[in-house]
Design a protein around this ligand. Structure first.
Ligand code: NAD
Length: 291
């Protein structure tokens, strides 16, 4: 069994980006600029946004943060988005999800200029991804593709089973794994909560990508020997022995599954750090499109 080490790989990617930013500075150019909009003060969302800003500082990007009260109306939020759409100093920005219930997430995503949508959530970017055109890929699936590529995990002709069909992970993942390219060229089965006898599919899979958010859902008897296991799940579970009172659990029963797997991502330290690095790559792409 070999570990797909997202911490090591994301450090390499961030280092590559940092060197690029240094060369832009040496050429007297401005640096890439990422913005983040946070509505309300949800603890997890706050941490995600803080980490995005921290990553920008590390690689030398400029960053902007807009924190809005959770009482803001949808119209006011969209007006802010339009200001940022028109700000030529900003290469790309994200609106941290989830949004308060009174705001229509769809309307907000649709209001972002697709050329600045570095999360890759706008329908235009999703469509371009499905058509295999160059665009911003959603960061988590993008990070998994990058990981499979850099670790040279073969995917062509393999059977990939994705568990979960969310629009930010499972569904785009299934599209990317079936694309005509490397990584890709897989035969993909997309499974979800209504799939009957899910183990029937996972037992036949060469690659299993779990994105459902159910701790230790994938057991060793659900996979075949030598399968590649990519665990996207992150769930906080109570842990009185930890100072925080909780630990992060993946969707995979790691201790038992690792004995049968050929490659496996740990949680934490697998897909999560790759997701963070890919937002930086998308920002760099936006910057290059703008210049
Ligand atoms: P989601 O809740 O939007 O979607 C979950 C999907 O899992 C649904 O499509 C549902 O049909 C499917 N599902 C639920 N129970 C199932 C079951 N018993 N059998 C089969 N399918 C089932 O979730 P999401 O946003 O895609 O996130 C999934 C997990 O990945 C969560 O734990 C989330 O925290 C984590 N996540 C991690 C990263 C990262 O960077 N590592 C990024 C995004 C999400």
């Amino acid at each position: 069994m070999q570990i797909l080490d997202g911490i090591k790989l994301s450090k390499e990617i961030k280092q590559e980006i940092k060197l690029k930013v240094e060369s832009y500075k040496e050429q007297g150019k401005r640096v890439p600029h990422l913005g983040a909009i946070l509505v309300g003060n949800d603890g997890a969302s706050r941490t995600y946004v803080d980490n995005k800003i921290k990553d920008c500082n590390y690689v030398g990007f400029e960053s902007s943060e807009l924190i809005l009260e959770d009482t803001i109306t949808q119209e006011e939020l969209i007006a802010k988005i339009q200001e940022w759409n028109n700000d030529s100093n900003l290469d790309g920005f994200i609106v941290q999800l989830p949004l308060p219930k009174h705001i229509d997430q769809e309307a907000v995503i649709n209001a972002i200029d697709p050329n600045k949508d570095v999360d890759g959530f706008h329908p235009m970017n999703f469509g371009k991804m499905a058509l295999e055109m160059e665009t911003f890929l959603p960061a988590t699936p993008y990070g998994i593709m990058e990981m499979l590529e850099r670790y040279k995990v073969p995917t062509a002709g393999k059977h990939t089973v994705v568990i979960g069909r969310s629009r930010i992970v499972g569904r785009p993942m299934s599209i990317l794994m079936s694309k005509n390219g490397n990584p890709g060229n897989s035969t993909v089965t997309l499974t979800h909560s209504k799939t009957e006898d899910l183990a029937k599919y996972t037992k036949e899979a060469d690659i299993v990508i779990t994105a459902l958010g159910v701790p230790e859902f994938l057991k060793a008897d659900m996979i075949k020997d030598g399968a590649v296991i990519v665990d996207v799940g992150i769930t906080r579970v109570d842990d009185p022995t930890s100072p925080k009172g909780y630990k992060l659990a993946g969707d995979v029963d790691f201790e038992n599954v690792k004995e049968k797997a050929s490659w496996i991502t740990p949680v934490p330290g697998g897909v999560g750090p790759m997701t963070r690095a890919m937002l930086l790559k998308n920002t760099l792409l936006a910057y290059n499109k703008n210049n």
